[in-house]
Design a protein around this ligand. Structure first.
Ligand code: ADP
Ligand code: MG
Length: 370
């Protein structure tokens, strides 16, 4: 781009946008994520669009944090890499690798069979990424299955932690988040007691995710958010024998430890990684690489029917909450940035008379997807 020498020095320069955005990939608690293409290289990425109103007065913190995330995110195979970022007048765009394998739970539901060892492997990857984040001073704060994505649709694809770091700033008051767009399901007791949001909140969330991955329900699920919050603070959950009789003692012990109400007594990510449930499983894999059948009873039970049934029942119950979530879809528009840019959407409108077809139908520059 050229810089006209006549441009007033006080006004940030607005650059043409280097990306075009496409279809929406997902909606999160504070963003809309869209497919995007880097115009110069034709490479595909995901762009997370965050409305700047959500960071009112905290823009500086957000920019600092993004710089840290960009550095840290390339360092672990199970963390979604932040490739680039820019901002428009209204929105912040975080450009990350594209995760084409879908969200954790959808993926499990598509599998033919699903065993406790599969859950242990998923938790091991997640915990190892969490340990890495914690080592780098980053607390995720919003770990839940929707934030765990697969890099590719292949069976062997890596699990990726998406959506980390910024939640500390953007979801400053998680209590508000809970009352406006979701359940407190994965939140640790100390968040409600306002006694801290340190690294242990992620371990608590891992405990909830593990529980969920083994039975299809979250441990504190109740009829209302308030009851759920009270159950969380009391650590009030149980392993209903109807669903848990085939699950190993080690798995239950792992969950119990992660769901320790006192954050100071909860294991660290490194300690949790050494728990028998994960370690034993790694050991077993080393011992009999090819044979699933040699495992004990817990490993032989296909959990999929129970997990799927419970999940679907729960999904129905919480459909109303998802409707509220939809209200939080963010508006877009405006100018750009870290460098200021024309928003991809505005640019798109400038470049093509908006038809009902949309961006991907129209070849323009790079190679388009079928
Ligand atoms: P939020 O921080 O607002 O919760 P997320 O980063 O969790 O936003 O993204 C919301 C949803 O968008 C995810 O649950 C997922 O379905 C989808 N998504 C996010 N990042 C990607 C990506 N890199 N590739 C594909 N889909 C993504
Ligand atoms: Mg999310």
């Amino acid at each position: 781009m050229s810089t006209p020498s006549s441009a007033p020095p006080t006004k940030p320069q607005v650059q043409p946008c280097r990306y075009k955005t496409g279809k929406t990939l997902g909606t999160g608690s504070y963003s809309v994520v869209r497919e995007c293409i880097h115009i110069d290289t034709g490479r595909y990425y995901a762009a997370k669009v965050i409305n700047k109103r959500l960071m009112a007065g905290r823009e500086h913190m957000v920019r600092n944090e993004i710089a840290v995330l960009k550095k840290v995110s390339i360092g672990h195979a199970n963390i979604l890499t932040l490739v680039d970022y820019f901002e428009t007048m209204n929105n912040l765009y975080l450009v990350t690798d594209l995760a084409l394998g879908g969200e954790l739970f959808d993926r499990i539901c598509r599998k033919g069979h699903y065993y406790e060892t599969d859950a242990a492997e998923l938790i091991r990857s997640t915990l190892s990424a969490v340990a890495y984040l914690h080592d780098n001073g980053i607390v995720h704060r919003d770990l839940k299955p929707e934030n765990l994505l697969f890099r590719t649709p292949d069976e062997s694809s890596e699990l990726l932690i998406a959506d980390f770091g910024l939640s500390r700033i953007l979801n400053e008051d998680q209590f508000v988040l809970m009352t406006t767009c979701g359940t407190p399901g994965y939140m640790a007791p100390e968040i409600f007691k306002k006694s801290g949001h340190g690294k242990p909140v992620d371990i608590w969330a891992i405990g909830v995710i593990t529980f969920f991955l083994l039975c299809g329900m979250t441990p504190f699920d109740r009829d209302s958010n308030i009851e759920e919050m009270q159950a969380i603070m009391a650590g009030d959950y149980k392993f209903d024998p109807e669903y848990w009789c085939t699950v190993s003692k080690d798995a239950k012990d792992f969950i119990r430890q992660c769901l320790t109400v006192d954050p100071a007594k909860r294991p660290t990510a490194k300690e949790a990684l050494e728990h028998r449930w994960l370690a034993a499983d790694a050991e077993r894999e080393r011992m009999n690489g090819q044979a699933e059948g040699a495992a004990d009873a817990a490993q032989k039970t296909d959990l999929l029917p129970t997990v799927r049934k419970n999940f679907n029942a729960r999904r129905k119950l919480h459909a109303a909450i998802d409707t509220i979530r939809a209200i939080h879809k963010l508006k877009e528009g405006g100018m750009m940035d870290g460098a200021l840019s024309i928003s991809p959407e505005t640019q798109k409108q400038m470049e093509e008379k908006q038809t009902s077809k949309g961006l991907w139908q129209k070849p323009a520059g790079g190679r388009m997807k079928p």
